[in-house]
Ligand binder design. Structure first.
Ligand code: SF4
Length: 755
């Protein structure tokens, strides 16, 4: 148990820390004096301070030390730019970057990949050179989807990783806690700061029985989503247990954990078991499997008598396939009811396109089982009636199914093999078979099906199902088809029924790794030049923000007093702006353009305090910045709810904000503001929000004495010459006050490294 075992085959500097993790778990178990769930063991095993940390599920904020970080190409840009601005020579923890989100599906794999590489050259060049410079692993375009690559190469039982993508939890299929975060959290871990997470509650899902026939692991999570709804997992880790967990593959468990994101769960996890051993061995990591087995009883399983905050039980023997949707993944319909439900709801019955693969369902097993159905259809002279696409999750899977024949089966069946990338799952799909606005149905084995997600058409009714059911529905071309009871007609008009899918979990001949798409960081990195063109409109190096000037600010104008809900989407819109994620100056042109101005009830229309003219919010902020004038924003309840997008905090800082003053904050946004050197403050008397006029000027009294728990005073000077005051609270601790004074958390890290 004392061996030094590498975390993976690609890095020689990262080792598995079971011994330390177990010591931490023992400390915490003694303190709490109760048995622990498996998820708790992983979390507490990674505590920064197991002796002193407050631990109450659903209440405390845990400071954690994750084992590694994974970033996808869209979110990595700003995370790395921020990391670079701290001036550190290399990342503190192992980090990998994966090029998968920026590849559009148009005509098929190779051509699409080539076009995407041309189109996104500057972004890929930046990622390739910055990862090399700062000692990160880089997975080139064409390598596959982040979560599949992590499962194949980096995930191991008992690990804690964070990833800048919502479906990071996929790696729970190999018994690790893998949590999706925003870029700011990734930067913390890259820079050696502890990472903070509210101690999740634990939702236990007990699986009993065994699946058979057309039912697959995807149906477990589709059913669970129907039970919990899209909000049911919020603030919770889903931990699976019971005899049923030992009846299917590790990649199947990955599918289930992946879609835990659809019920809002922090993450999902399966305890270490024999399927994980098989998968680790098949992916050339037998040493890790052997090492994990030594820690199975005390670290890599739940304690006897461990208690869950809630329990849901699913009997796999009774489970039938589900088709969830349209427009939301929790609208769960068992396949036996779909005929009735689809007609009642007037959903378009013709299945226009069937799409399999994606990070959710592109294992060798998924591909083999789907191919067995396509083959069966072919033996009756049938092809797919619907258009059919395959998105392999990784080069390894693509290459293995090319060798073993499933790929050819799909092509003969009429399928188009897309690049090893996200493609239609994230709307990177140049769909040609319908016009925008046409009402139509598509079925995929993906995870999300919100309005417009796949093809930008709000009239597309998108359903999610297993790859097996997706393939069967594509053969029938009809949403009402139930392969367990309905017959099809073969090429001569004779009736037949599709055989239930078959296929092994792991390739008998082993995986074929295909083209090598990994770039390891070079040993000598000092000469590597990070490529950022000064004329680029997509990438811009970040300059450290100025330190605080040491004074209480006076006469700050209110840029906007926002009315009602102000989410991170209102603060920093997504959609077309995603293109500018690596360019702070350009993306700042979306600052608060979705928020409603309390004065005139309009979006993106505020009065310039100095000129009296109305203009857009970012334009007005830029005018103030030009004058060297700092400003504040006033907002309502739960300001900044939604995503953990760090741009919502970087943009106001860049445009010259001093403080954001609200009735209350969404916690992650509040922390993000603090990290960027801003003052998030809340009204001591929330009703005073109503007294504030956007024409008032604001003094903040007591910033010079900022201390934990000590309020600041807001002095308002009205246009008519009156002055009144109101107390403002804050949640800064002493370390965070240091961030504010230094100008940002990263500035503080730089200062500390220098001193
Ligand atoms: Fe996200 Fe879809 Fe890509 Fe998976 S395949 S990482 S869900 S965009």
């Amino acid at each position: 148990r004392d061996s030094k075992v590498h975390q993976n085959l690609l890095e020689d500097h990262s080792f598995i820390n079971y011994k330390q993790n177990l010591e931490n778990v023992d400390i915490v178990r003694k303190r709490l004096n109760r048995p622990l769930t498996y998820a708790e063991k992983i979390l507490y095993g990674h505590l920064d301070d197991p002796h002193g940390q407050d631990i109450e599920r659903g209440v405390s904020y845990l400071k954690l030390r994750p084992d590694r970080v994974a970033c996808q190409d869209a979110t990595a840009q700003m995370a790395i730019l921020q990391f670079m601005s701290a001036g550190l020579p290399q990342v503190a923890k192992p980090v990998t970057v994966h090029c998968d989100h920026l590849i559009q599906a148009q005509v098929g794999g190779e051509k699409d990949l080539k076009r995407a590489i041309d189109l996104n050259k500057e972004v890929f060049d930046f990622l390739a050179t910055s990862t090399a410079k700062y000692n990160m692993g880089f997975w080139k375009p064409g390598s596959g989807i982040i979560h599949q690559i992590v499962l194949e190469n980096y995930a191991f039982p008992g690990a804690l990783i964070i990833g800048t993508d919502s479906h990071t939890p996929n790696a729970g299929g190999l018994g690790q806690l893998a949590i999706g975060v925003g870029g700011a959290d990734a930067v913390d871990v890259m820079s050696d700061l502890p990472w903070e997470l509210k101690a999740p509650k634990i939702l236990g899902v007990k699986l009993t029985g065994k699946m058979s026939g057309w039912t697959s692991p995807k149906d477990i999570i589709l059913k669970l989503a129907g039970i919990t709804t899209v909000k049911g997992g919020t603030g919770k880790i889903v931990e699976y247990y019971g005899d049923g967990v030992n009846t299917f593959s590790a990649t199947g468990m990955g599918t289930i954990c992946n879609m835990g994101a659809e019920i809002g769960a922090t993450t999902s996890v399966f305890p270490f078991n024999h399927s994980m051993v098989d998968y680790l061995k098949a992916t050339r990591r037998g040493e890790i499997a052997d090492f994990a087995q030594l820690y199975n009883n005390d670290l890599l399983s739940a304690d006897k008598g461990a208690e869950y905050d809630e329990v849901i039980e699913i009997n796999l023997s009774e489970l039938e396939p589900y088709v969830n949707g349209p427009f939301t993944p929790d609208l769960a319909t068992p396949i036996s009811k779909m005929k009735e439900v689809a007609v009642q709801n007037k959903w378009p019955l013709e299945v226009k396109v069937g799409l399999i693969g994606s990070c959710t369902n592109s294992s060798y097993e998924d591909m083999s089982r789907a191919a067995s159905i396509a083959e069966d259809a072919a033996s009756h002279g049938l092809k797919s009636k619907s258009l059919f696409t395959i998105s392999p999750g990784s080069e390894q899977v693509r290459s293995t199914i090319a060798r073993d024949g499933q790929l050819k089966t799909f092509q003969d069946f009429g399928g188009v093999v897309l690049a090893n990338a996200c493609g239609p799952c994230i709307g990177q799909w140049d769909r040609q078979d319908i016009k925008k606005g046409d009402k139509n149905t598509i079925v995929s084995s993906f995870n999300r099906n919100f309005t417009s997600r796949n093809d930008g058409n709000p009239e597309t009714h998108s359903f999610v199902a297993s790859p097996e059911i997706t393939t069967a529905l594509a053969i029938a071309g009809d949403l009402r088809f139930n392969p367990m009871t309905d017959k099809l007609k073969d090429k001569d008009g004779n009736e037949f029924m599709l055989k239930p899918p078959t296929g092994v979990g792991l390739p008998v001949k082993g995986y074929d790794q295909g083209v090598n798409t990994y770039q390891a960081p070079p040993a000598e990195r000092s000469n590597v030049e990070v490529k950022v063109s000064p004329t680029s409109d997509r990438l811009q190096l970040l300059k450290p923000f100025d330190a605080w000037d040491g004074k209480d600010p006076v006469d700050l104008p209110i840029l906007i007093k926002s009315l009602g809900k102000t989410t991170t989407d209102h603060i920093s819109m997504a959609g077309p702006w995603l293109k500018y994620r690596g360019h702070l100056e350009n993306i700042s042109n979306n600052y608060m353009i979705g928020a409603i101005n309390a004065e005139n009830k309009k979006a993106n229309c505020v009065k310039n305090f100095f000129t009296g003219e109305y203009a857009g919010v970012p334009d007005t902020a830029r005018e103030y910045k030009k004058r060297g004038q700092k400003w504040v924003v006033v907002g309502g309840e739960n300001f900044g709810e939604g995503s953990s997008r760090e741009h919502a905090a970087l943009e106001p800082r860049y445009l010259g904000a001093y403080a954001i003053i609200t009735k209350s904050f969404a916690r992650i946004h509040e922390t993000n503001l603090k990290k960027q050197g801003l003052l998030p403050l809340t009204f001591g008397k929330p009703e005073d929000y109503d007294r504030i006029n956007p024409d008032d000027l604001v003094d903040l009294v007591g910033v010079t004495d900022l201390a934990p728990g000590k309020p600041v005073t807001m002095r308002l000077k009205t246009k008519s010459g009156e002055t009144w005051e109101t107390p403002l609270n804050h949640t800064f601790n002493s370390e965070q006050i240091g961030w504010f004074k230094a100008g940002s958390a990263l500035n503080m890290i730089t200062q500390n490294k220098k001193s």
